[in-house]
Design a protein around this ligand. Sequence first.
Ligand SMILES: Cc1cc2nc3c(=O)[nH]c(=O)nc-3n(C[C@H](O)[C@H](O)[C@H](O)COP(=O)(O)O)c2cc1C
Length: 207
Amino acid sequence: MTLSASEVNQLKHAPAVEGMLPVIHQRWSPRSFADREVSAADLARVFEAARWAPSSNNEQPWRYVVGVRNSGTHAKIAATLAGFNKAWAPKAPVLILGVANTRFSRNGRPNDYALYDLGAATVLITLQAVALGLTTHQMGGFDHDAIRKALEIPEDHALGSVMALGYLGEPGALADEHLIASEVTPRSRKPLSEIVFSAWGEPAQLA
Ligand SMILES: Cc1cc2nc3c(=O)[nH]c(=O)nc-3n(C[C@H](O)[C@H](O)[C@H](O)COP(=O)(O)O)c2cc1C
């Protein structure tokens, strides 16, 4: 017998660290989504969070194409998913493609930070979603040419991730044993000593 959704949700939380934002502690990327729609008001709230991300020159290069279940856009995004993403992500009630305008609107010059800024805005979506009781899972596994064509994304807009958004579902509802096993496996992270340096390669002495 596998774990329930609420049990797995506890297991996936990051270890509690004093002072860490609860939404950071609680966010993780599930593959099982409940059969429950996301309200239009909550959809607006997650994109409102994205609006307030920082960006190079305040260009706000992020653009999102959102598909809610039973819409043509949801079906088009789902049809481009690759590999095992096809087995779980189409069940999410909302699928979102994030893209970044790679040219500055004021002079048409290349914006080298466009994808960086899209990532920052998208992380705010993931955290706002948690605050609303929702959950997200980003994917890079999709057919880039097909999605560009299907959603008519201009060539000067770089593709970011496809994001599934919805409510957490039961792990046991996933299509196969591999997906269920990964859904109930604890998360792991590199230690701070591997990612924060006082000089290159020398772990910074933190707390
Ligand atoms: C840009 C990006 C691409 C990803 N691509 C996939 C994917 O194609 N399929 C998938 O199941 N998960 C995908 N993930 C999810 C990661 O595997 C997941 O975020 C990572 O394992 C850390 O787990 P956590 O989000 O639960 O902390 C992707 C995440 C990001 C940010």
